[in-house]
Design a protein around this ligand. Sequence first.
Ligand SMILES: Cc1cc2nc3c(=O)[nH]c(=O)nc-3n(C[C@H](O)[C@H](O)[C@H](O)COP(=O)(O)OP(=O)(O)OC[C@H]3O[C@@H](n4cnc5c(N)ncnc54)[C@H](O)[C@@H]3O)c2cc1C
Length: 493
Amino acid sequence: MLTKTDQDTLQSYLSDASNMPGGSAEVILIPETQAELREAVQQCARAGQTITIAGSGTGLAGARVPMGGAVISTERLNKIVSIDAESLRAVVEPGVSLRDFQTGVEERGLLYPPDPTERAAAMGGTVACNSSGARTFKYGATREFIERLRIVLADGEELNIRRGETFAKGNILTLTSTGGKTYTLTLPAIQMPEIKHAAGYFIKTNMDAIDLFIGSEGTLGAIAEIEVRLLPQPERIIAGVIFFDAIDNVMRFVEEARAASLATRTGTSEDIGIDSRALEYFDRNALNFVRDKYPNIPADAAAAVWFEQEVSDETEERLLELWYELIGKYTPFMDEAWFAITEKDQEALREFRHAVPAKTYERIRELKQRKIGTDMAVPDTQFRILYDFYTDEFAKEQLQYIIFGHIGNSHVHANIFTSTPEEFDHAKSVYHRCVLKSLELGGTISAEHGVGKIKRDYLCDMYGAQAMAEFAALKRSLDPEALFGRGTMFTLS
Ligand SMILES: Cc1cc2nc3c(=O)[nH]c(=O)nc-3n(C[C@H](O)[C@H](O)[C@H](O)COP(=O)(O)OP(=O)(O)OC[C@H]3O[C@@H](n4cnc5c(N)ncnc54)[C@H](O)[C@@H]3O)c2cc1C
């Protein structure tokens, strides 16, 4: 195990992609084996040192920003243990990058759907944040693909939880470590919204124990090993970026594409139907933001949508026809659309999608600015109300912003840029109004980035003080000294 205390090394572990300031740590521990990870946790516990587990630092909520104590980095726990095409299972250590894992999976003709576009993320980080991404529209979040987790707890005990084996009885969840120690947890009395959602612990009556740890943002223990479920790769993909002249048209296009996709997935008809795996949105400001790199964006485009659809030899022609028909109903820019049939062209469209958030993070890093990014989702029927609320508020308050993201899931990111602390505070007050509006519409404060340290107050807006106390009590059942993830999700001393 490597131990680092020099300031230069410490610096690179004090932040994440949220650019949240104020991180500090006394020591960085870098275990090279799972046994060393356990030793690192035990060493910190003996010293009474708080523990922040560091993945790749691409998180957007400040969860990895340490508030003193030790950072345990998973960067050397980077072994792909197995990828088995027959059983459609893979086992990885938590520090494997999503990029390396996706490459290994794709080389074997397989698909691992969770892909939060930022492939530098570590697998452990994606599980701890229950990350989503464009393909979540069809496949759901990371949670859907996690089959087994090995977790090191604050007392050095280990849990090895396989999906389908350990369930809560009502609101009581009993866990037994591999060493035979028993933990009894009382699940908070909350009702999660039935939409894309990643705020606070996953809680359901009679729930599977594994779901508690997925999305727990490094607050319950250190994920030491992950087993995931894979799918066969689809034969081929067709994709496109479609430009629109008016917001009304883009909304109607999305509603029809979403309804058709859900009908195809749930329907019994043998007919071939549209079944988009990604429906991603870019507003005019987002298009202008990357126009220097993509000058072929039509000058008068009000918005754009990127879609992907899986096809086979038999279905490709009919599906292309169906998409052309649908697109033609809502846009006058049919000739300017970018369609991609080859893998190379599709990759270029994915790069276009990634260019928007990537340029946002480059900009705030270079200019040492801060941005406020919304991550709220609402039920589909309420999305237009929330969208109009965002744009009305931002115009009224004269904010500089771009909006992009996962419109298929009624979940877009409005990013507000600020250049002074005063502008930041002003944007934050507008953001808070947007949070309250999304809650009023039956939404969530975070659909994929998590709560981290920057959205704790909003988690309380969502669930109330009583639920926050119950979340904290649940954490203390596994981590009595509150060593893991101090300051993430809630304030605990
Ligand atoms: C340009 C860009 C685009 C993005 N797009 C998306 C998107 O579309 N969808 C999406 O969901 N996210 C997106 N993200 C966010 C980000 O990629 C994810 O949140 C990612 O999963 C975090 O992984 P990480 O390894 O970087 O985690 P870190 O930032 O290092 O850590 C995040 C949290 O996970 C905990 N953690 C990490 N490893 C472990 C472990 N082994 N055990 C226990 N806890 C652990 C940390 O303690 C921390 O609480 C984007 C980020 C960027 C920069």
